[in-house]
Structure formats: structure tokens, C-alpha cells
Ligand binder design. Structure first.
Ligand SMILES: [Zn+2]
Length: 497
């Protein structure tokens, strides 16, 4: 017995030793040397602030996909951009796509280099009337006050549109011309799915044979406390986007009078189907972009958490259990199931012949719209309940863009330059919502998602919330980011194949 205990103790000590050694090996990367100094581009911060403020005064609101559009607001914004950025409009080719989206082409000096694409969107979400009183500056005022530019779109996403144009305007002023062609693409309906804007822009570029060296769209942020377990300021950059599909479940049964109900009712059958779906979640797994994210976060975690992540060979089930404990952690590990709509019945004493539910799924990389639909049909397991796409639109998850590519390295350098001396960690992650970048999914695996604005406390809640604003200094940082990125694209080394 004693001998068994002794052997056991040795094994425990050995395992602990291995775990600690593995944990010690997980350290932050050495501070990046200031690689290939990118010359600073002079930026007129006051003018940039005025330009954004003016753009926020156009109420380019997206209400519903395919719904009414205030075309005058969009066309007004187009004209305003032309007037604000004369050099851009004298140098770049500007095209309208579907009348309301913008496609700019900055022709590079070397047509053999694959081009780069910077994406943004011109539309904004509406301001719900009950929230109006909470705005300290009217949502479409474009007020500049207290060091901020205020208004709907200040962060999402007119800051990107304006900051990138500002950077191009400044670069042209210095005589710069990119070596690779750069496309600036600004859709008009991102907030309602991008089907009539970004989708057509991507289709157009793909039709012209464009195979980008890099695509950058909104999606990630820089800020503190963005992810559980990562308290310090960091940048999270989307390397993949979950897919999206809504399925309509329709249960059919005999209608009739409620005084003599049939054994099977539509409402009962539908309820069972929805309950089964909730009770049978899609499988969880810790791999792909979620694993990359956790591994990239590990060096910055407290010792205990780092120990767990550095030893997934042993701790994987515990780590997964911990992640599943909160909705975000669960969502990054599997396809989520969310029943969102129910319809049945017209009167309390009439058995409805049909009951319908809509269930929304956010699909993790590795699964598809088709595989989700097949699994749902199988789990519902009732020939009297049909499963159909809600509106013929489903989006497969994007491919996962690499983190050992030249484009990722350039992005990391450019992001770190936003906070000189601080070396904020740059963490890849899986975007849970949808961005216009999803339309590049089938065509490119060099798509990254990041909004280059250093967010302050509570700023993330202002996106789509009340009192959306951007600090003038942070807008300047964003312009500098785009200027560095555009210059840096010249140094982007494609692996020679
Ligand atoms: Zn947006």
C-alpha cells in the first residue's frame, strides 16, 4: 500500500512539474523592435475632426434590408466627401455601386502586386425615439465638444470611412503613391446585412480578378477588459466570422374546435421541437480561431489561468467547462441556437392548423448552413414539422485567416504603433456578429476585422447605443493608423510560391 502511495505521489509531483514548466514557457513575446520605420504622415487633426463631424450630420440610417432608404442623405454624404477630400477625388477613381455604395481605386505603381482592400460602411443604425432624451448631443448634430465628436456613426463606422480618406488625402499631399493598388470600399447597408452594397462591391472586384493581399474591415477593437481573463489593454482582431442562418419550423396538425382537441396539436408539436433543439446544443470544441485566441491571451493571464491554458493536454475539459459558464465563452466554442419568433393561433377556442417558430443559428467555423439544417431536422425528429430557411439567405462561416501571414504581421505592427511604448497584445478572435467582410469569405483567407480606434471605458456600449462619440485624439490615431498601414503595404512581402 505504501509503495502504491509513493508511486502515486511521484506521478503527481511529475505532472505538476510538467505543468509548471509548460506554464513558465508561456511568456509575452519580446517587445517588437521598431521594424522598418514608417515615415510619419502629417495630419491636420482639427480638419479631420471637422470632416467627421460634417459626415455625422447626414442621417444615413438603415432601417430594414430592402426597406426604404433616405437616398438624399446618402447622396448628400457622397457629395460632401467629394468636397472634403479634393486630392482623393482628383487622384482615385470613384465608382458608384448600386447607386449608393462607393468604390474607390487608388492605382498602384506595380500592377503585378496583389491589391489591398480597406472596407467601411456609410450607413448607421437608427436611434430609437425613447432613447433620444439620453443623448447629451443630438445624434445627428455632429457636435464637437469636450474633446469629442458626437453622433451616431462616430465609431460605427463613419470613423473608418473618414479616417481612411483623411489618410489618403494626407498621403497624396506628401507625393506618395502606393506600389500595390488599394481599393477603398464603402457599402451603404452593412447594418442590415450588406446584401445590396458590400456583396455587390465584392462581386464586382472578384469579377475584375482581384485577389487581395489583405482585406481590412471593422470588427475587432482596442481597449481594456475586452475578453474575460484579459484585463489589460489589448487589440482583438477578427480572423474569422461566424456564419448565420435562421430556420423556420412549421408544425402542421388538424385544426378544429378547442373543445375536442386532437391528440397532436400544432402548438404542442412545435413546442416539443423547440424544446428538443434547446436541450440538444450543437457540440462544443476548443479549436480553430478560439484556440488561437486563448493561446494568444495566455501570456497575459494571471498564473492560475495561464497554468490551465498552457496544459490543455490535461485541462481541456475544465477549461471548456469554464468557458461554457458564460454566454460569450459558449458562443465562441459552438454553433448557437436561439429561438427568436413564435406564431400560432387567432382565437382562444380555435386549434390552429399550423404553428411556426423561427430559430436563429450563429454557425462556428467547420459547420455550414447545410449541416446546421440537416442536424436540426434530425434533432426535431418529427415528420410533421418542416424545417426551411427563413428567407433563402444563409451565410456559411468565413474561412479562418492566418496569423503567421505577412498581412497579420503588418497589421500587428501598425496596431502596436497606435500605443507606442505600450506594446498592447494583438489577439486573434472569432467575430460573433456579421460584418461586410463576410462577402470576401468565399474568395479570400486574408481578411481581418479591426476598428482602429482606441476605445475608452464604456465606449463599446456606445456602438449602436446612446451618446456615440469619438475623442478627437483617437480619431487622429485612427488616421495615423491608416496612413501607416497604407505605407506599410509597400513593405508587405508576399511569400514567393
Ligand atoms: Zn459597423
Amino acid at each position: 500500500m505504501k509503495r502504491v502511495l509513493a508511486v502515486f505521489a511521484v506521478v503527481v509531483v511529475a505532472v505538476l512539474g510538467v505543468m509548471v514548466v509548460r506554464t513558465m514557457r508561456v511568456a509575452p513575446p519580446p517587445p517588437a523592435t521598431t521594424a522598418a520605420a514608417v515615415p510619419a504622415t502629417p495630419i491636420d487633426t482639427a480638419a479631420a475632426a471637422e470632416h467627421l463631424a460634417g459626415a455625422l450630420r447626414f442621417a444615413t440610417v438603415s432601417l430594414a434590408s430592402g426597406g426604404p432608404i433616405d437616398t438624399a442623405a446618402f447622396l448628400g454624404l457622397h457629395a460632401y466627401l467629394q468636397q472634403s477630400y479634393p486630392r482623393v477625388h482628383a487622384t482615385l477613381k470613384r465608382e458608384l455601386v448600386n447607386g449608393l455604395s462607393l468604390l474607390y481605386t487608388w492605382v498602384g505603381t506595380d500592377s503585378t502586386l496583389p491589391p489591398a482592400v480597406i472596407m467601411g460602411h456609410l450607413d448607421v443604425v437608427p436611434v430609437p425615439a425613447p432613447n433620444l432624451a439620453e443623448w447629451t448631443h443630438a445624434p445627428f448634430s455632429g457636435d464637437i465638444a469636450e474633446g469629442f465628436i458626437w453622433g451616431r456613426g462616430a465609431l460605427d463606422d463613419k470613423s473608418t470611412v473618414l479616417a481612411s480618406l483623411e489618410a489618403v488625402e494626407a498621403l497624396i499631399g506628401t507625393g506618395f503613391q502606393p506600389s500595390r493598388t488599394v481599393y477603398l470600399t464603402f457599402g451603404h447597408d452593412e447594418e442590415v446585412g450588406g446584401r445590396y452594397g458590400a456583396r455587390l462591391i465584392v462581386q464586382e472586384l472578384v469579377g475584375r480578378g482581384v485577389q487581395p493581399a489583405m482585406v481590412l474591415d471593422e470588427g475587432g477593437f482596442m481597449g481594456a477588459g475586452l475578453l474575460p481573463g484579459l484585463s489589460q489593454r489589448a487589440a482583438i482582431v477578427g480572423v474569422a466570422e461566424k456564419g448565420y442562418v435562421s430556420l423556420r419550423l412549421t408544425a402542421a396538425a388538424d385544426g378544429g374546435h378547442s373543445s375536442m382537441p386532437t391528440e397532436r396539436t400544432a402548438v404542442g408539436a412545435l413546442s416539443r421541437a423547440v424544446a428538443r433543439l434547446e436541450a440538444t446544443p450543437f457540440p462544443y470544441s476548443l479549436d480553430g480561431p478560439t484556440l488561437s485566441m486563448i493561446e494568444a491571451m495566455a501570456p497575459y493571464m494571471p498564473f492560475g489561468q495561464r497554468l490551465m491554458v498552457a496544459n490543455l493536454w490535461l485541462t481541456r475539459p475544465i477549461v471548456m467547462q469554464g468557458l461554457r459558464a458564460n454566454p460569450l465563452g459558449a458562443a465562441i466554442m459552438h454553433t448557437t441556437t436561439a429561438p427568436t419568433m413564435l406564431t400560432a393561433g387567432i382565437k382562444d377556442n380555435v386549434l390552429p392548423p399550423e404553428a411556426q417558430a423561427v430559430v436563429n443559428f450563429r454557425i462556428r467555423p467547420g459547420e455550414t448552413v447545410q449541416s446546421v439544417r440537416e442536424r436540426v431536422t434530425q434533432v426535431v425528429n418529427d415528420p410533421g414539422v418542416t424545417v426551411a430557411l427563413l428567407d433563402s439567405v444563409g451565410v456559411d462561416p468565413s474561412p479562418v485567416s492566418g496569423t503567421s501571414t505577412p498581412a497579420w504581421a503588418l497589421l500587428g505592427r501598425t496596431i502596436r504603433a497606435m500605443a507606442p511604448g505600450e506594446q498592447p497584445p494583438v489577439i486573434p478572435y472569432l467575430v460573433m456578429g456579421g460584418t461586410d467582410a463576410k462577402f470576401w469569405g468565399p474568395h479570400s483567407d486574408k481578411v481581418y476585422r479591426f476598428l482602429p480606434i482606441p476605445l475608452g471605458d464604456g465606449d463599446r456600449g456606445r456602438v449602436h447605443g446612446v451618446n456615440e462619440r469619438v475623442a478627437i485624439a483617437d480619431l487622429a490615431t485612427s488616421v495615423d493608423f491608416f496612413a501607416r498601414l497604407l505605407r506599410g503595404l509597400d513593405t508587405l512581402q508576399e511569400p514567393t510560391t
